[in-house]
Design a protein around this ligand. Structure first.
Ligand SMILES: [Zn+2]
Length: 576
């Protein structure tokens, strides 16, 4: 049965270029999973956008002497350029700075307010006496009151990952001028998470048996140990989405409260762009639809607790506010497969310290499939991983060039020379070696498919490599070049190997979307066939007599000197 799949990918802040850690953390796994589900015939929508609000943007603007809008307008097109060149196949990559997003976010706010989940409260906020203004969370840093980390932001600790209550920060300092801020009263709205807690717990428990341990620990584990308190969702800030109420001028929705709504607003925008204004409901009110949120571990709470709380609090009333004929509750996240971090040669990637491999720079130097492949083999799914230059070129040279690329060239080159350049007609003929090979392949395809179904992309690369190696082993063992006197036996080997190339090009397409279609084109196939479910049938899929071609070089070898020359100059892409 075909499924409706929403691939929701973390919204990058439009205040810095995207580096390999961001790519392997969210955009690439989301893209691979989206491509996989499209091959399965599922109805996939893949969305994200630039997070253009909040103090991450205003701080950068202050540093540069520009407006927040100018900062967002510089980075947003660079994100789109990167995704296009890297083959990240968004159906829509928009931003939070659109009329549509403002309208949806304000609708969400009003729905939650009407349903009684938003409470007004006077709270204390850091205020700068020297600047005579409230300081947003990111403008204040100090010591984390949970783990003791120094220099932590007041809203979230980068060390322990916890969201923080800003006013509890120890030894606060203003990042603007280093002065000590004071706590001053201000009125804000709070999302009443304590009232929603039993429903959030129930939602998480229903997913306990398949969510990643780290995600459960930071969501269900936190609730069970310390519970949920109301969380403030407005800020004293001009840049952002205004609170849609009279007498609330100068206050806007907290960036995290509204940014997660982007998953919803972008599907509405996509629907409008496609002249089908209710299409978004296929993913949001069809309770069978599955939504996958690809994010980094620093954003788990917002996706596994805050966003589900907003959805639960709205019930069917958001859909009603959208004037739907038959209002339904919105679909809760099916999975939040958050990734850990990728470091760079053992040190944490840092844009501001110029310790990063920037996506656009890397694409100027290396092929997109080479980058995608390496980043998938090193995807930080269960623990932090490391970008390692030696491993990058070794994997490219030994696995893409010498194993997969070589298999393609050997088989197609031999067919061109010794089989008239066409797929041989072998009828129902087979051999014990072919039967054993197809059986071995079927086992590996089942393994690969299982990993893809469970978003275990790094493991899936192991199965793909085994399939490449199995193809080479079959070809080496059968030695078709020694079968000139036995044309039937030779035809069986060639036919099997050609079909193996077709199968591997399909299975590899989610990770290698640039080169896989070229392998298929060499076999006379223009459109990507569906993901194979019957492996035996896949070895009889090519019409006999189909002309084949030998493609030009699929994967370029990377010389170690090329890597050494560049790895001395990290971070040359950012304007920082
Ligand atoms: Zn901490």
């Amino acid at each position: 049965m075909n499924e409706n799949i929403l691939v929701a990918i973390a919204w990058p802040y439009a205040n810095a270029d995207i580096h390999v850690g961001n790519i392997t953390g969210s955009h690439l796994p989301g893209d691979i999973v989206a491509r996989y589900h499209r091959l399965r015939g599922n109805k996939v929508l893949m969305v994200s956008g630039s997070d253009s609000h909040g103090t991450a943007i205003t701080i950068k603007a202050d540093q540069k002497g520009l407006t927040p809008h100018e900062i967002y307008s510089y980075y947003h097109p660079r994100f789109i350029e990167l995704f296009q060149r890297l083959g990240i196949s968004y159906d829509l990559f928009t931003s939070t700075h659109t009329e549509n997003h403002f309208s949806i976010a304000q609708k969400v706010f009003l729905t939650l307010l009407e349903n009684g989940f938003l409470k007004r409260d006077i709270s204390k906020q850091w205020y700068s006496p020297s600047q005579e203004r409230f300081l947003p969370d990111r403008y204040v840093e100090g010591t984390c009151y949970i783990c003791g980390a120094e220099g932590t932001r007041s809203d979230q600790c980068e060390k322990c990952g916890h969201e923080l209550e800003a006013e509890k920060l120890i030894n606060p300092r203003s990042k603007v001028d280093g002065s000590t801020p004071i706590l001053k009263e201000t009125e804000h709205f709070f999302l009443d998470l304590s009232t929603l807690e039993p429903r959030i717990q129930e939602f998480l428990k229903e997913r306990e048996d398949y969510w990643r341990p780290n995600v459960l620990r930071q969501s269900l584990g936190t609730i069970q140990s310390v519970g949920l308190k109301p969380t403030s969702i407005t800020r004293d800030l001009e840049w952002g989405i205004p609170v849609p109420l009279d007498d609330w001028q100068g206050k806007c929705l907290y960036v995290w409260f509204e940014a997660v709504m982007g998953y919803l607003s972008s599907t509405v925008e996509w629907s409008d762009l496609n002249d089908n204004p209710i299409a978004w409901r296929d993913w949001w009110t069809n309770q069978q639809a599955k939504s996958f949120y690809f994010i980094g571990k620093d954003n788990i709470t917002f996706h596994a607790v805050t966003w589900p709380a907003e959805l639960l609090g709205m019930g069917a009333d958001f859909d009603r506010r959208m004037e739907s004929f038959d209002p339904q509750p919105l679909v809760l996240p099916y999975d939040v497969p958050a990734n850990e971090f990728m470091n760079l040669e053992g040190k944490k990637i840092s844009g501001s310290h110029n310790w990063a491999v920037w996506g656009l720079d890397a694409l100027d130097r290396y092929d997109s499939d080479a980058l995608r492949y390496y980043l998938t083999t090193s995807m930080p799914e269960a623990r932090d991983t490391d970008w390692d230059w030696e491993e990058f070129f070794q994997r490219n040279n030994n696995e893409l060039v010498a194993t997969w690329g070589n298999l393609v060239n050997r088989v197609l080159g031999f067919t061109a020379k010794h089989a008239d350049g066409v797929v041989p007609d072998i009828g129902d003929a087979t051999s014990p070696a072919r039967d054993a090979f197809v059986e071995q392949v079927a086992g590996l395809v089942a393994e690969l498919t299982d990993h893809m179904e469970h978003n275990q992309l790094r493991k899936s690369m192991g199965a793909l490599r085994d399939l490449w190696a199995a193809g080479n082993a079959f070809w080496n063992a059968e030695e078709p070049w020694k079968l000139a006197d036995d044309p039937e036996a030779r035809a069986i080997v060639i036919s099997t190997a050609l079909h193996h190339l077709r199968l591997l090009a399909i299975l590899g397409a989610p990770v290698l979307p640039d080169t896989s279609p070229r392998v298929l084109a060499a076999l006379g196939i223009d459109d990507l066939p569906p993901w194979p479910t019957d492996v035996a049938a896949a070895y009889a899929a090519l019409p006999p007599g189909t002309g084949i071609e030998v493609p030009s070089v699929l994967f370029a070898k990377i010389e170690p000197e090329q890597v050494a020359a560049w790895s001395d100059r990290f971070g040359c892409g950012d304007d920082a």
